[in-house]
Design a protein around this ligand. Structure first.
Ligand code: ZN
Length: 507
């Protein structure tokens, strides 16, 4: 690179680092607010967060940034950059365009709208009163339809929203993928519902003191290779992971004394998110490439560790005795096989976040189909409860008795997060597809788990997925790792196999 261009590049990198530092500070303050910051300081802290976020936003949309982006998106200059740097320019430009295209006052009005709407949703969820929430949701949908106009509709308006969470994913592709998945999972859920295998599991009703659960969570995170020198585990009502930089990836979990499964699987789940971010190539630190490449790939890693590893029989054959050490009375006489069944029992339920590994995907497909109707077919928001209930009846054979357990159950729409839900199911599909390749390459995969030797699995994933961060796109990761595009059959195969053996099904 010529000296003059090199100087410009250094200037661009410094600007990107400055934005990254603001974002890291904001991330740390959010973590602090959610994990036990003193209440009395919260108001002032919110001011500070607002101020720092605005500074980062201003830098990201500044004239200076615009000049750099113009320069480095010129073909001759792009050719001077290596692949990672080109991806960096592309990533920064995507944010720049998204943020510049919406008029500032409209964006601000939208921010206020969604924050009011979230509060309104909390009350509506409590009372089940959809009518009181509907005007806010209608306004959010109308605003987003308008924003899509500014951003530019891709193949369809809803494609624009999907692309925000899963770059380059389209409605056309997802329709096909979800249709194939639905055709196999709906009959599977029906076969399980008809099965008369319903073992009694009285140990699930015992009380499991927090201390023992905490010890087990710490133990299992160390086993999977979570680096406590590059993170920490705290307790919050809603578990989450937050990556400040690859050397500081924090997670939280929750402990319910009447539910021994919840903390263990939440810790594995958040631990999976954290392994991803802890193992991103340190060279990417300080850039927006030092994060998961998409919501779907991120979720594939949390679900791989939670479900494919954590809900497998070899896992409990190895680790059940550790849990039993913490709870000798509660788990006396229980076998690893019984505990494994408890962690995998299937029930058609109304609530997404309580759903099992199988029906979870049906909850997501329902939300995807409804969102698509809202943005591509102008579905009237007033009709949502009706459409929602009909889909639950058709896919899960149950109708919500009220809107609290139906259309009002999730927070996402109240904050304008349309296009997000698909990520959860994409995560399951990606995870199963990646596992298929992993099993071919680490032929002793089951033995490794049964021996409690999880590190080779973590290392394989680091080599194939983690280290790239956002420098590879989701479709590239999947293709490079597995040699094919996203293929829902791997998830369906995995689920059929698992449940056929648990529920003695002939498929
Ligand atoms: Zn997650």
């Amino acid at each position: 690179m010529e000296q003059q261009l090199q100087e410009q590049w250094n200037g661009f990198r410094q600007l990107v680092s400055r934005i990254g530092s603001y974002n890291e500070a904001v991330g740390l303050m959010y973590w602090d607010l959610r994990t036990g910051a003193p209440r009395k300081g919260a108001e002032q802290r919110a001011e500070t967060i607002g101020l720092l976020s605005t500074e980062a936003f201003k830098l990201g949309t500044s004239e200076e940034m615009g000049t750099y982006l113009d320069l480095f998106t010129q073909e001759a200059n792009l050719a001077e950059l290596d692949e990672v740097d080109r991806r960096l320019v592309e990533t920064v430009k995507k944010d720049y365009d998204l943020n510049r295209k919406v008029p500032a006052e409209e964006f601000q009005a939208y921010t206020i709208l969604t924050s009011k709407s979230e509060t309104q949703w909390e009350d509506a969820k409590e009372s089940g009163d959809f009518e009181s929430f509907e005007p806010y949701l209608s306004e959010i949908v109308a605003t987003l339809r308008k924003f899509i106009g500014y951003w530019g509709a891709k193949d369809t308006p809803y494609d624009t929203l999907l692309d925000m969470y899963e770059p380059d994913l389209t409605v056309e592709r997802l329709d096909e993928v979800f249709d194939r998945l639905k055709k196999r999972l709906v009959p599977l859920a029906e076969a399980i519902a008809a099965s008369d295998i319903k073992p009694k599991m009285p140990f699930l009703d015992a009380t499991y003191p927090k201390e023992g659960q905490k010890a087990f969570s710490h133990f299992i995170l160390k086993e999977m290779g979570y680096d406590f020198d590059a993170g920490r585990l705290d307790e919050t009502v809603h578990p989450f992971a937050t990556g400040l930089n690859p050397g500081d990836v924090r997670i939280t979990t929750h402990y319910h004394e009447n539910d021994v499964l919840s903390a263990a699987f939440s810790s594995l789940h958040e631990g999976g998110h954290a392994l991803y971010e802890q193992n991103i190539d340190p060279k990417l630190t300080g850039t927006p490439l030092a994060q998961g490449t998409s919501m779907g790939i991120h979720e594939s890693q949390s679900r791989f560790w939670e479900n494919m590893v954590g809900r497998s029989l070899p896992f409990w054959q190895k680790y059940f005795s550790e849990l039993q050490k913490q709870f000798p009375d509660q788990l006396r006489g229980v076998t690893p096989e019984q505990f494994h069944f408890a962690a995998n029992r299937v029930e058609n339920s109304l609530i997404r976040i309580e759903a099992d590994e199988l029906t979870y995907n049906l909850h997501i497909i329902i939300r995807y189909e409804i969102e698509k109707m809202l943005f591509n077919e102008d579905l009237d928001v007033k009709k949502l409860p009706e459409v929602w209930n009909a889909k639950y009846e058709s896919y899960l054979g149950i109708t919500p008795p009220n809107n609290s357990q139906g259309v009002l159950q999730d927070v996402h729409w109240s904050g304008g997060s349309f296009g997000y839900f698909a990520s959860y199911s994409l995560g399951n599909m990606y995870a199963a597809q990646i596992m298929h390749t992993l099993r071919k390459e680490l032929t002793n995969y089951d033995e490794l788990i049964e021996q409690g030797n999880l590190l080779p699995i973590k290392e394989w994933l680091t080599e194939k997925v983690y280290r790239f961060g956002k420098s590879k796109k989701p479709a590239e990761i999947i293709f490079d790792v597995t040699g094919e595009e996203l293929n829902p059959d791997y998830l369906a195969d995995y689920l059929e196999q698992k449940y056929a053996s648990l529920y003695n099904l002939k498929l």
